[in-house]
Design a protein around this ligand. Structure first.
Ligand SMILES: Cc1cc2nc3c(=O)[nH]c(=O)nc-3n(C[C@H](O)[C@H](O)[C@H](O)COP(=O)(O)OP(=O)(O)OC[C@H]3O[C@@H](n4cnc5c(N)ncnc54)[C@H](O)[C@@H]3O)c2cc1C
Length: 374
């Protein structure tokens, strides 16, 4: 089978690129190893910047209709009860990935994408000049180009021998939805609670539920006894504000979504000639709450360039150089600042100092919030 383009991974970046190429009348295959809908590890805070992408993809109304929460404020707390609250630079949304990914996938299929949920790509061979062969679900498919939108870390990173795998990552992350008789007097607030060993986001999503998602060091998980509950209760709830917040809540998800080896180190945009987008091209620190907006914005950068490549208006070398240059110019600075703030969040004294400075100097907080997004 032959397609114009194959997109590996049907998350936000993959659905968006596939949809935009299909709108330009290209024949696009979208491979997704899971099925829709399904829960996914994410804080589910959609930063204000994501909305223009969702609008031109034609799903913003559906995101509102799905009952997404509106968020206008951020509350940051640190060990020993330090706290700082700030307005967001616009209205953010809270919607589960269970709903959001399915909305985008359906929209991509409506645009003509050949979507194959439940189909994992296991290898990619070839080049942009000669075309690629992708093995997926027991079949072999051909295309030019192949776009890697398969998220933060996957089987293809190994088969493509990507250099970032040589560094190990000390981070694990978990997520679940919670509900309960809690004070929702200020429902439009995204919260970030830091503690020695990790940090935890608490934010509303649809149906009055709260997303509770945290990232921490693997040794904090082991020291707490190895289970997500123990890590949450014994490590992160050392922050008294988080302990109080979670006290009246109970988990409504069947299980915790979990990932290990969360790769925050820099990555390359290309593996051989396979072009990466979304987390596969580089993952911003979760506390920035900008990964989804970045995945959508990177898809918006890539789609017109891939369209030019397919229509032979742009040679492969120019495609490669232009995407690399635009990606670095758009995201490079916020990735670096995000890594720095993430490191600071693991150091209690630095976090306390930073939160006090943000309270005393609101322009500093505004600068930090802006510097970690587009
Ligand atoms: C702890 C944590 C909290 C976060 N909180 C937030 C937040 O609140 N707000 C925010 O904006 N961002 C957040 N992020 C980041 C955000 O989740 C990602 O940036 C975003 O999901 C990236 O989208 P993507 O499309 O690149 O990848 P993904 O959404 O991961 O999609 C990749 C898809 O590829 C599929 N796939 C993988 N391998 C294959 C294969 N071989 N073949 C076929 N399919 C494959 C996967 O099943 C998946 O559906 C958080 C991340 C973490 C770790």
């Amino acid at each position: 089978m032959r397609y114009d383009a194959i997109v590996v991974g049907g998350g936000l970046a993959g659905c968006s690129v596939a949809l935009q190429l299909a709108r330009q009348a290209h024949d696009v295959l979208l491979l997704e190893k899971s099925t829709y809908p399904r829960h996914k590890l994410c804080g589910e805070f959609l930063s204000p910047e994501a909305q223009s992408s969702l609008e031109h993809l034609g799903v913003l109304e559906a995101v509102y209709d799905a009952g997404s929460a509106s968020l206008t404020r951020a509350r940051l707390t640190g060990p020993r009860g330090t706290e700082s609250a700030h307005a967001l630079p616009g209205t953010a949304l809270g919607l589960s990935r269970y709903r959001l990914d399915q909305l985008l996938y359906r929209q991509a299929c409506r645009a003509g994408v050949d979507g194959r949920p439940g189909t994992r790509a296991t290898s990619v061979r070839g080049s942009v000049d000669e075309g690629y062969v992708v093995d997926a679900g027991g079949e072999t498919v051909e295309a030019r180009p192949v776009i890697g939108a398969y998220g933060r870390r996957g089987l293809l990173d190994r088969t493509l021998d990507r250099p970032f795998l040589q560094q190990s990552s000390p981070y694990v992350a978990f997520k679940a939805h919670f509900a309960g008789d809690h004070d929702i007097s200020d429902p439009g607030t995204i919260e970030l609670h830091t503690a020695p060993g990790g940090y935890c986001g608490v934010g509303p999503v649809e149906k009055g539920r709260l997303n509770v998602c945290w990232i921490g060091r693997t040794d904090a998980l082991t020291d707490a006894g190895g289970t997500p509950e123990a890590m949450l209760n014994e490590t992160l709830c050392k922050n008294p504000k988080l302990d109080k917040r979670l006290g009246p809540l109970c988990r409504v998800s069947d299980r915790y979504e979990a990932v290990s080896q969360v790769p925050l180190m820099p990555k390359s945009r290309f593996a051989g000639d396979v072009c990466m987008v979304g987390d596969a091209a580089g993952m911003i620190a979760p506390l920035c709450g900008d990964g989804m907006a970045m995945a959508l914005a990177a898809a918006d950068l890539l789609a017109p360039l891939a369209d030019d490549l397919l229509a032979e208006r742009r040679p492969p070398t120019s495609f490669r150089m232009t995407y690399e240059r635009q990606w670095t110019r758009t995201f490079g600075r916020r990735m670096r600042i995000g890594r720095w703030v993430h490191t600071a969040a693991f150091r209690p004294t630095l976090t306390r100092t930073l939160l006090r400075a943000c309270s005393a100097l609101p322009p500093l907080a505004r600068w930090l919030i802006r510097a970690t997004r587009g």
